[in-house]
Design a protein around this ligand. Structure first.
Ligand SMILES: CC(C)(COP(=O)(O)OP(=O)(O)OC[C@H]1O[C@@H](n2cnc3c(N)ncnc32)[C@H](O)[C@@H]1OP(=O)(O)O)[C@@H](O)C(=O)NCCC(=O)NCCS
Length: 169
């Protein structure tokens, strides 16, 4: 049984041990801080007392300028991740997305987007099945720490996909 809940302050240290993040600008602490500032909702999936995935809904939208030029600050699902890999394909990712959509409806948000790397064909297929459609191609620029904790700058070719949310679902 998997339960999805908002991240609490005490969860951050647990996430850092169980699901370490190499991101320089979007690690667990930074995502939790965004939640506290009202900029995001940081969702954590729990199974048997262990975190098994994370997903942030960024209410202020995608950072990439190309995406903002096309869709403004359309709220974005970001950092969707299920771990360990043996727990994938069991519906946790779908539950995250449906929970994000429910939160969006509660706020009166009618459109929700998410970026996916162009080589992540299986993830894009999942989002398509859930109603998300290609809007624009863009380059996602970010920095992560490698195994020696040296910052590495990355630029991934991505697609931004959007779903129009039913008011009633
Ligand atoms: C993408 C991801 C979040 C989906 O979560 P999930 O719990 O596996 O999703 P669900 O079980 O609800 O749906 C599974 C579907 O997701 C897709 N999928 C995408 N990446 C996958 C992966 N690495 N392994 C398994 N399924 C994957 C498949 O289409 C799969 O459908 P199938 O079960 O019919 O083969 C998860 O696989 C994951 O964490 N992948 C690695 C990180 C990643 O790619 N994140 C997405 C960034 S946009």
């Amino acid at each position: 049984m998997v339960r999805i809940a908002d991240c609490r302050e005490a969860d951050v240290a647990v996430l850092d041990v169980v699901l370490p993040s190499e991101s320089v600008t979007a690690n667990h602490e930074q995502r939790y801080a965004r939640q506290r500032a009202g900029l995001g909702s940081y969702l954590v999936a729990w199974q048997d007392g262990r975190p098994v995935g994370t997903c942030e809904v960024r209410w202020d939208g995608c950072e990439a300028p190309e995406v903002r030029a096309a869709v403004g600050n359309c709220p974005e699902i970001n950092g969707l991740f299920v771990w360990p890999a043996s727990l994938r394909s069991q519906g946790i990712g779908t539950s995250f997305i449906r929970t994000a959509e429910a939160r969006a409806r509660e706020r009166g948000v009618r459109h929700l987007g998410m970026g996916v790397r162009q080589d992540n064909v299986r993830a894009a297929a999942l989002y398509w099945r859930l109603g998300y459609r290609h809007v624009i191609s863009y380059v996602d620029r970010y920095t992560h720490l490698d195994a020696e904790s040296v910052p590495q700058h990355k630029a991934d070719s991505c697609t931004f996909m959007i779903s129009t949310l039913d008011e009633t679902a």
